[in-house]
Design a protein around this ligand. Sequence first.
Ligand SMILES: Cc1ncc(COP(=O)(O)O)c(C=O)c1O
Length: 358
Amino acid sequence: MIPIAKPLMGKKEIENVTEVLKSGMLASGEWVKKFEKEFANYIGVKHAIAITSGTVALDSALKVLGIREGDEVIVPDFTFIATANAVLFQNAKPVFADISEKTFNIDPDDIAEKITPKTKAVIGVHLFGHPFNVKVLQEICEDYNLFLIEDSAQAHGAEFDGKKVGNFGIMSCFSFYATKNMTMGEGGMITTGDKEIERKLRLIINHGQSEKYLHTELGYNHRMTNIQAAIGIAQLKKLDMFNNKRIENAEYLSKNIKAKGIIKPEKEKNIKHVYHQYVIRVGKRKELIRYLNDKEIGNAIHYPLPVHLQPLYKKLGYSSEICPVATQLSNEVLSLPVHPALKKEELEYVCETLNNWR
Ligand SMILES: Cc1ncc(COP(=O)(O)O)c(C=O)c1O
């Protein structure tokens, strides 16, 4: 089976982890500080705060902004559920905006429709590695005095107008889950240019501790370990190489898939797409999945339901009538392998197999 995702761990990751294990300094320490510094430099932002996951990054970002019960936060309807759940964690209300058919990203016109006096923030998601329209979202947020948060969980190294994602919101949240463009199994990072926000984040992820055993706020333990950071440091050095391979693979797929009934992904001109996923649209999806499974080609549906139709959100009383584009696309999308471990023969086989479908 050609897998849909494959983490690539090498000698350097093993060497770094071995060094940490031998040192005995396993919890958060110098390796985490080094990883934060190198990640901030890579993104081109002042501060990077390492954390245990992308979900916790989003939760912490909303907490430090003081989002609470009675507030509304606009999120795209088509995303991994953690984006919206981060709003629920604050007892606030996620308000779903529809998406663009072309990029799968949040539709700025629909954001404008969904703003109310209760709206406090917008979370834009750089879905599948394609940056959302940062410029328009920044303008909307400025006009209505809203916080913009980037969910960059799928877009390490992606760019908008030549600048890396992670630079555009008041905070930007990354995930290092096993399938992501760089990984240490689980992990996350928040980037920000704001010193005061950095200070608050460091407090809430470490028991609200301002000095050793002096706790000024209610905080959690969301600290990354040195073991995770040691892998992260090695992965970050390879991120551009991984992303270039993803882009090359995506370009190969786009050039060589000629099967009828398949719509290939598009990209905007002013962006660098890092193809966390290569997502096609297909009418006869079930049939194609059966065929690909038979031919041992890994595939996955990202995502089979728009968030508002998830049972959790139905229970919360969300109407099924909202966000028709997200609803339609969730019936059509299918991700194909695009990860950097793919061999040329495998890519050829994927294209040939697709072109022989039916
Ligand atoms: C868009 C998006 N947001 C948030 C997350 C949550 O990240 P994590 O799995 O690290 O908690 C993910 C991860 O899958 C994601 O894809």
